[in-house]
Design a protein around this ligand. Structure first.
Ligand code: ADP
Ligand code: MG
Length: 207
């Protein structure tokens, strides 16, 4: 199998005041492959992901994406460049419906306004693999934590990323939801998407 390097993080260091969150962080992501990011709580997994997507800036080191050195100022800049991240802390709007949340922001990215029917169809399509029974007209505040997490993942997938970063996506999920997430991730990998999968559960990373 030919491996195409999509992103490389080299020698990343980050401190918060006196705490060194990460030192000499190195990571590589390849087209169509899932990179497992494994470690105990507090080992710097979220920190390196947030440095890649511009939530934080690194004190040392370099991020190379598609052969170019990049330094995003915020996650929306990274998103425009094809790097989407599913955050550990959810970013959904509770009063809006499932489908409205999935397409939120997509209009700006594509430079046109999606009509509602198209947006609903797109949301249904993406969720058909992850959680087919979910009613897309429900509001986020009517969902359980696992469902919310899956909508968050669907939103990131709808952005058509080249690199998808999933930071502890399974923490709030039930076993059956974990299985459908993994199934969906394998499909994304087959489509050539590079992923970072973070967990502190070894069996999940191995699978
Ligand atoms: P992980 O995701 O592996 O659990 P983190 O990257 O969240 O680890 O955190 C790594 C270390 O950096 C921890 O000691 C954490 O307390 C510290 N840390 C992370 N974010 C901040 C922050 N915004 N301010 C201060 N310390 C932080
Ligand atoms: Mg974390």
């Amino acid at each position: 199998m030919i491996t195409v390097l999509v992103l490389e993080a080299k020698g990343i260091k980050k401190r918060f005041g006196g705490i060194i969150a990460l030192s000499n962080g190195n990571l590589r992501c390849y087209k169509g492959r899932i990179t497992g990011l494994l470690g105990a709580n507090g080992s710097g997994k979220s920190t390196i992901s947030k440095i890649i997507t511009g939530v934080y800036s690194a004190d040392e080191g370099e991020i190379i994406y598609n052969g170019k050195s990049v330094k995003y100022r915020n996650p929306s800049e990274a998103r425009k460049d094809g790097i989407s991240m599913v955050f550990q802390n959810l970013s959904l709007v509770p009063d809006l419906t499932v489908w409205q949340n999935i397409v939120l922001g997509a209009e700006q990215k594509n430079g046109f306004f999606l009509d509602n029917n198209h947006a609903k169809k797109l949301s249904k399509e993406i969720l058909s693999q992850l959680l087919p029974d979910l009613d897309i007209n429900k509001k986020i505040n009517e969902l359980n934590p696992g469902e919310m997490q899956i909508v968050e993942i669907a939103k990131a997938i709808s952005e058509n990323p080249q690199l998808l970063i999933l930071d502890e996506p399974t923490a709030a999920l039930e076993q059956v939801q974990v299985k459908s997430l993994f199934h969906s991730m394998r499909n994304l990998a087959e489509r050539g998407i590079a992923m970072i999968f973070t967990s502190h559960r070894l069996w999940e990373v191995m699978e």
